[in-house]
Design a protein. Structure first.
Lengths: 486, 233
């Protein structure tokens, strides 16, 4: 009996020891709610077009079905805060389990993208983004009214325009930006690459709710369509989300003349395309168009700017005409002639006139006294002056020293004369170019029609050869070097 | 005799089985279990159709006012139709029966907009609907160029095309112009000028559609273009 009691006590002690050990190891205190330790979780959802830092972050946007959007979820104070899970929903359905991700939403319409976080206590936090997905509206660039080049449209009788435009999603209202313009000429970019759009005066600019329009002449309009003129028109579609159609309708038409009147649309081009960009009205003047009838009698003389590529000559009686185009201030451009037949009530398009410059520039040495010298052998000087002359627009030059291009702006300075028909180029030769042998200075002058004048000048030795040391006397004088300018 | 022994029930079983059997008999005798009910058919749907000039329409419920039409309640399954009562309403009861006849040029308030269905046990269900009465637009005679006309000009000449359609309900009209193989959506325009017509025979037709979707088509017009420049040569 005593032994039994001892065993029971021993068992009780062991059990107590185990329990106390287990209790001491437990960190359950940490899981007790302490209001001081509680951290309020905050979540924030945003979207951007790219992951780049400078990409704007927004909470509502309109995208196309081809776009992909970056969705960004943020949990503060930081991501190590206690939370159970996070995920994204699209219109209530599954979307992503990533914190940040990139995805398209191809289905057109309104969408809600929700960032959902369940915190440690099971509370759900949500932040919702709004997205409108829309495809750009469509305008068919073909099959419109009036067809390009239509003649004889009367502003007073109404000019009717119609085209096919629609919203591919059948979701958004489509508006049409309609413009009528009177073209003036070609426009160019600053880097001289030719562009085929025209600078023009806006006659009408309006926003329409339907894909058709009628222009009715109104004496109260500030800008009105006139008879026997050439106009262009353009339509772009824009939907309610501000998305613009990828395609643009571009048409043109001619307005009507009377039965006994017609006109000519004359196009003028140059062999020197840079002339459009480097055009200075006061220097280069204007294109002159002489219109002669079938008996070679002058009917009309008309001018157009060099920056224009087309003009309308009207009114003219129906019949055969000859147009002569010339550029009086730039005489290197040879005049060109074209024959045209004028139809009653219509504007006839003439074959393009080409003003072609085949005359190369001239190039001569200009002495310090200001005399044009014809010689090719020159003394070495700090500054040499050369006079270039051309009557086909501006020039550019290449300077070669013994066949190598003389680089650096410091070596050259160009001064134009009053009408830009001639340049005086100052070339500064560095002292290091002095030599005891003959040197070659080649000057190439180009005009922008591609005509070249290349002339090579011989520069005399500017240093004396050191004399052989025959005696000790006189060695000091022979060692000094220098040209005639020193 | 072993017979009696073999069927002797032990006492402990007697003590448990006897009350159980007694209660079972009592409960069984008290239960009045009804017969299995006969399967009863229920209508899965009732659809209202508008029938006019042989065509049947249940989606748009559209009729033309010029000719009489019939509204028809179609029950699925069909054999239940005879067991149901139908009543056609437009605020007030207009008529009873599975069909309702609409005369030509009927007044709007004489055309039902509600069907009430009642079964033999007094259960009711109703269907609200709207009958659209719309006349298709019709072209007038003002059309240019007329059949067989000859137009003179060049491919750059803008030739005038004009037409006109009317709509009894004054709905907005949209036109589609078919010129040879080209289709032009011209909206509400009733006149356009178009160029690009080469010398020879050309075909021209206009389709008009009102805002209710009813349409009309002009017969194809054949006209000719003669090049004035060619003839002068």
């Amino acid at each position: 009996m005593k032994a039994c009691l001892q065993k029971s006590w021993l068992l009780a002690i062991i059990v107590m020891a185990v329990l106390s050990t287990l209790t001491s190891c437990s960190d359950s205190d940490q899981y007790l709610y302490e209001s001081e330790d509680a951290v309020v979780l905050q979540i924030h959802a945003e979207m951007a077009r790219t992951f780049e830092i400078d990409s704007a972050h927004v909470r509502a946007d309109t995208i196309t079905s081809k776009d992909t959007i970056v969705f960004i979820g943020e949990i503060s104070p930081n991501r190590q805060a206690h939370y159970r899970e996070y995920y994204w929903t699209l219109d209530g359905g599954d979307f992503s389990n990533d914190m940040n991700f990139r995805k398209p939403i191809p289905k057109p319409g309104y969408h809600e993208v929700c960032f959902v976080v369940t915190d440690y206590f099971g509370d759900t936090l949500r932040d919702t983004l709004q997205l409108w997905v829309s495809n750009p509206p469509i305008v068919e660039p073909q099959g419109f009214i009036p067809a390009a080049g239509s003649q004889g449209l009367s502003p007073k009788e109404g000019i009717h325009f119609a085209w096919h435009g629609y919203d591919p999603d059948s979701m958004s209202k489509v508006y049409y930006k309609f413009e009528i313009r009177e073209p003036k000429g070609l426009a160019y970019t600053s880097d001289l690459h030719r562009k085929l759009y025209t600078s023009s005066n806006s006659i009408m600019d309006t926003l329409l709710e339907a894909p058709y329009f009628t222009y009715w002449d109104n004496p109260h309009f500030y800008h009105r369509l006139e008879n026997l003129k050439y106009y262009t028109w353009e339509v772009r579609a824009i939907n309610e989300f501000g998305l613009e159609s990828d395609t643009v309708i571009q048409g043109n038409f001619f307005t009507k003349g009377s039965k006994n009147e017609g006109g000519i649309q004359a196009f003028v081009r140059f062999s020197n395309e840079v002339l459009y960009d480097k055009y200075y009205y006061s220097y280069h003047g204007r294109i002159r168009l002489d219109v002669l009838d079938s008996s070679s009698k002058s009917v009309i003389q008309q001018e157009m700017g060099i920056d224009s590529n087309q003009t309308i000559i009207a009114p003219l009686k129906p019949g055969k005409y000859k147009i002569i185009a010339s550029l009086p201030k730039l005489t290197d451009f040879a005049p060109d002639t074209v024959n045209v037949v004028v139809q009653p009530g219509e504007i006839s398009s003439a074959y393009p006139l080409l003003l072609n410059d085949t005359v190369p520039p001239s190039n001569n040495y200009l002495s310090p006294e200001g005399l044009l010298l014809g010689n090719d052998t020159l003394d070495f000087r700090d500054t040499l002056r050369f006079y270039f002359e051309d009557h086909g627009g501006d020039l550019y030059q290449n300077i070669l020293w013994n066949g190598q291009e003389l680089r650096g702006y410091d070596y050259r300075k160009t001064i134009y004369n009053s009408d830009h028909s001639a340049d005086t180029v100052f070339i500064t030769l560095p002292q290091s170019y002095k030599s005891w042998t003959y040197q070659l200075l080649t000057i190439e002058a180009y005009d922008y029609s591609g005509n070249l004048n290349s002339r090579t000048y011989v520069i005399k030795p500017s240093m004396k050869m050191p004399e052989p040391e025959t005696s000790s006397s006189g060695s000091e004088s022979s060692s000094s070097s220098g040209g005639e300018n020193e | 005799m072993d017979f009696g022994r073999r069927h002797r029930i032990p006492y402990f079983l007697k003590a448990r089985l006897l009350p159980l059997v007694t209660v079972s008999f009592l409960v069984g005798g008290c239960l009045d279990i009804p017969d299995t009910p006969e399967p009863k058919n229920t209508a899965s749907s009732v659809t209202v159709y508008a029938v006019q000039t042989g065509s049947q329409d249940s989606t748009n419920l559209r009729i033309h006012p010029e000719s009489p039409a019939t509204l028809k309640a179609v029950v699925d399954p069909k054999d239940l139709e005879s067991e149901l009562d139908f009543a056609w309403y437009n605020n007030i009861l207009l008529e009873k029966g599975a069909t309702f006849k609409i005369p030509a040029f009927a007044e709007e308030d004489s055309i039902p907009n509600r069907l009430v269905i009642k079964d033999s046990e007094g259960n009711t269900a109703s269907i609200d609907f709207k009958i659209t009465v719309n006349s298709p637009p019709t072209f007038t005679e003002d059309i240019s160029p007329a059949q067989g006309d000859t137009l003179y000009g060049t491919t750059r000449t803008s030739f005038a095309f004009s037409w006109k359609a009317e709509d009894r309900e004054d709905n907005s009209l949209d036109y589609i112009l078919e010129l040879d193989t080209a289709h032009y959506y011209v909206g509400a325009l009733e006149k356009i000028q178009q160029s690009g017509l080469h010398p020879g025979t050309h075909l021209f037709r206009v389709i008009v559609k009102d805002s209710e979707g009813d349409s009309d088509t002009l017969p194809i017009v054949k006209f000719y273009v003669v090049d004035t420049l060619e003839t002068k040569k």
